[in-house]
Design a protein around this ligand. Structure first.
Ligand SMILES: Cc1ncc(COP(=O)(O)O)c(C=O)c1O
Length: 428
């Protein structure tokens, strides 16, 4: 996803404009210029990526390979955030009741441009949970006798919201299991089968990159299948934006939820709702929020939020653009492949995420054969930390059982991945 020249100009002019005096800012080394290499070749250029890693101020007390929770800010973004925080505090309610609204509208415009949608089709909120709960709960095209569909690899809070539609809307709730090992064809086939078996399905939740195994789901194919049957898709793109290169237009999506605090590297508390303009009225106005039927701002009420976090979004987008989405995705996949290619030889290990580059980027999970309980996986996560200083996270979600997720970030390097493989050998 790239910025148009006009939007790039806007971001350059406005981002960080008020932050020069941030009192707590740490100096970051200058961003290196990008060698003229194809993304996959650049991915292995350790000296370039060491300079990018130096943009992040992060503890070396732990080899942190759990970067799926959220993505820490790079230092230049952090400096901008401190500056915005200082400004909001200094200029106080006079700013908040004055120029702030225009400034936030400019932020919305920059995000809309980034997504290549119109600014009246998005609303900034605090995160993907808020965005998707509003979409799932507010979708009012359902009648008793209809069905909705979700999958075991969807996010927990979204699974609960889908399940809740049984009482809220009186619909049948159907859950499918994404096959293990997942391949493009068997994932698409699982949705096709469910759609064929249940002609009363009216709406489906589809996750773009799932948080349990990091699988990139074939959203384009699933959305096309749904569209051809008149099924609406609500897209959970929390983990995709900024991790992988995609164009929202390719998915023909009417409803989607995102955050910017995972892979875009904005401060925690930045998410957004997308609704295609002609579908806004299909999501209820939020708790009698005033506004007309086609006004996306009537779909959420964020109240007093962390203004400084949202004001920092353009700074985060600039940093993200300087790295480049294709380059970022390739580097993350390169780090992932470093550990997976070696770990596959460890007896008993199952790598749950396929090597197909269209189905994986940074995140991959593993499970030792037969070790499917939360206790067993917690014990392994604990041992990785206590014996090897390697931090990962146990995931409880796939129907086949618990697993452990590994998620490198741009500040990780090849040594971190080697450290992980050594640690994994000790679990065998
Ligand atoms: C697939 C998925 N959807 C939604 C969310 C919720 O995102 P947020 O933290 O922005 O509320 C997450 C968070 O990890 C996620 O992984």
């Amino acid at each position: 996803m790239t910025l148009s020249p006009s939007r790039r100009r806007f971001l350059t002019l406005t981002a960080g404009a008020s932050v020069a005096g941030a009192a707590y800012a740490k100096e970051a080394p200058p961003l290196p210029s990008r060698p003229d290499l194809a993304p996959n070749a650049l991915a292995a250029n350790q000296s370039y990526w060491a300079k990018i890693a130096a943009q992040f101020s992060v503890t070396s007390a732990i080899n942190n390979l759990e970067n799926g929770y959220w993505g820490i800010m790079a230092q230049p973004v952090m400096n901008a955030y401190l500056g915005h925080t200082e400004r909001v505090n200094r200029e106080n309610t006079y700013y908040a009741r004055g120029a702030l609204n225009d400034d936030l509208q400019k932020v919305t415009n920059s995000v809309a441009d980034f997504l290549k949608v119109s600014s009246d089709e998005i609303k900034l909120v605090r995160g993907a949970s808020e965005a998707l709960q509003i979409l799932i709960g507010g979708y009012h095209k359902l009648n008793p006798g209809d069905a909705v569909l979700y999958a075991d690899l969807d996010y927990s809070a979204m699974k609960s919201a889908m399940q809740w539609l049984e009482t809220r809307r009186g619909v049948e709730v159907i859950k499918i299991t994404i096959p293990e090992p997942a391949r493009r064809e068997n994932v698409v086939a699982a949705y096709a089968q469910a759609f064929d078996d249940n002609p009363n399905i009216r709406m489906a939740l589809v996750t773009h990159v799932n948080n349990w195994t990091g699988l990139i789901h074939p959203v384009k194919e699933i959305s096309a299948l749904a569209r051809s049957r008149g099924i609406d898709v609500i897209l959970d793109s929390a983990h995709a934006l900024g991790q992988i290169d995609f164009d929202l237009a390719d998915f023909d999506a009417d409803f989607a939820g995102f955050n910017l605090h995972k892979w875009i590297g904005a401060p925690i508390g930045c998410g957004l709702i997308y609704i295609r303009r002609n579908r806004i009225r299909d999501i209820e106005r939020f708790m009698n929020e005033p506004g007309d039927d086609d006004d996306i701002n009537a779909r959420a009420h964020t109240g007093t939020l962390n203004f400084a976090a949202h004001l920092t979004i353009p700074d985060a987008l600039i940093f993200h653009e300087r790295i480049g989405i294709r380059e970022k995705e390739a580097r993350l996949r390169y780090l992932r492949n470093l550990w997976v290619s070696e770990a596959r030889d460890i007896p008993g290990i199952d790598i749950l995420t396929p090597d197909d580059p269209t189905m994986v980027a940074a995140m991959t999970s593993f499970r030792f054969k037969g070790r499917v309980t939360t206790e067993e996986n917690n014990a392994m996560v604990k041992k990785l930390v206590s014996d090897h200083r390697v931090f990962t996270v146990r995931r409880t979600g796939p129907d086949a059982g618990d697993c452990i997720r590994v998620t490198p970030a741009l500040y990780n390097n090849a040594d971190d991945m080697r450290g992980l493989v050594e640690a994994l050998r000790s679990l065998n």
